[in-house]
Write a protein that binds this ligand. Structure first.
Ligand code: PLP
Length: 390
């Protein structure tokens, strides 16, 4: 019989990549609480509190606001699969990998997908989307609020106006923004939104908050055909999360405890203070990276505070530097995705990871790794960053 492995002990990493982010000790403790039944009245009370807290963080009064049992991609599937029927026209703005993924998921749902290709590393350009629409009407307009492959933040409100002109519902990917950047779903007029727990909410990966406006729910209710996926059929799932408490699938109990605690931490901090922390700490990181002689990919006005893209200098080996950081300093940062692979690093300051300490840790580790690659820093990056935070 093969020998049974030892129990796993993870190394003490500092997570400063594109997610997952550091998880607070109290969230980890919540995960380890005793599992109870998914129809236990005590657990149903937790569901109600999770929904109420999620509404607050999302900025919505939508009745249908809840976490789907899967990662951010399941939130994406849930929105598309419930809102789109075969033959529906869908417009997707693309300025990175996750816009591409949205377009692919919509195609697989049978939509006639029109894409507007925008510059990677910049916010989505509403005029490019209007041109791509070419006067046609659409069922759905999809945008990524915070493009994790490039670190660009797109303001949502202008896309509401465009969606109105196109007769479309507005779907927003808020995976990397929720909890770190204001989303304000109702104020900006988004009809459907999804996120993930492992970014600025600092919960482990495994749940995907979604919210549907009454108008979006009406579209779901008026479908000609049932959603092609039984598992993500919101009409069915809402009966468990809503008043009827009808079994659909077994809720991931302990993950919901963890989200409950992560939402409590976010609301106890105060959302405005939390957003300000992300802005200030991220600004300091940018100053430190520039002191290292590195170039930031996204212009300051379109930069996503929780995630910074930094260009890899010529002659520096991407994989070797990231390995240096991980093996010597226990620091994880992300590599580039798609066309940015080997050309940029992604440094995340999300939720619990977004601290002055993280900034010093990653800058010091990066300086050492770059020196061993023969790159000379013009200034002391840690001092430059800390001066911003004093
Ligand atoms: N959308 C965006 C913007 C993301 O950053 C991610 C993941 O990084 C996803 C969707 C997919 O989420 P997940 O990897 O949790 O399935």
């Amino acid at each position: 019989m093969p020998s049974v492995p030892e129990a796993f002990t993870p190394p003490p990493r500092v997570l400063l990549g594109p997610g997952p982010s550091q998880v607070a000790p109290s969230v980890l403790r919540a995960l380890s609480l005793p599992t109870i039944g998914h129809l236990d009245p005590a657990f149903l009370g937790v569901l109600d509190q999770v929904r109420a807290m999620l509404r607050e963080v999302v900025g919505t009064s939508n009745e249908l606001t809840m976490p789907m049992s899967g990662t951010g991609s399941l939130g994406m599937e849930t929105c598309i699969v419930n809102l789109v029927e075969p033959g529906d026209r869908v417009l997707v703005g693309i300025n990175g990998v996750f816009g591409q993924r949205l377009a692919e998921v919509a195609r697989r749902a049978g939509a006639e997908v029109v894409t507007a290709e925008c510059t990677w590393g910049r916010a989505l350009d509403v005029d490019s989307l209007a041109r791509a629409a070419a006067g046609r009407s659409f069922k759905l307009l999809c945008i990524v609020h915070a493009e994790t492959s490039t670190g660009a933040l797109t303001p949502i409100a202008p896309f509401r106006e465009l969606a109105d002109r196109l007769g479309a519902l507005l779907l927003v990917d808020a995976v990397t923004s929720l909890g770190g950047v204001p989303v304000d779903m109702d104020a900006v007029g988004a009809d459907a939104l999804y996120s993930g727990t492992q970014k600025c909410l600092s919960c482990p990966p495994g749940l995907s908050p979604v919210s549907f406006s009454p108008r979006a729910m009406q579209v779901v209710a008026q479908r000609k055909l049932p959603a092609q996926s039984w598992y993500v059929d919101l009409g069915l799932i809402a009966k468990y999360w809503g008043g009827e408490r009808l079994y659909h699938h077994t809720a991931p109990i302990n993950m919901i405890y963890a989200l409950h605690e992560a939402l409590r931490l976010a609301l106890n901090e105060g959302l405005s203070l939390r957003y300000a922390r992300h802005r200030q700490v991220s600004h300091a990181l940018g100053v430190g990276l520039e002191a290292l002689g590195l170039r930031l990919l996204v212009p300051a006005s379109e930069r996503l505070p929780p995630l910074m893209l930094v260009e890899i200098p010529a002659g520096v080996d991407d994989a070797r530097v990231r390995r240096h950081l991980l093996e010597r300093d226990n620091v994880e940062i992300g590599g580039g995705l798609g066309p940015l692979k080997g050309k940029a690093w992604r440094i995340g300051l999300m939720g619990e990871s977004c601290t002055a300490n993280s900034v010093s840790t990653v800058l010091a580790a990066l300086r050492d790794a770059l020196i061993s690659e023969g790159h000379r820093a013009p200034d002391d990056p840690v001092a430059a960053a800390q001066a911003q935070l004093r």
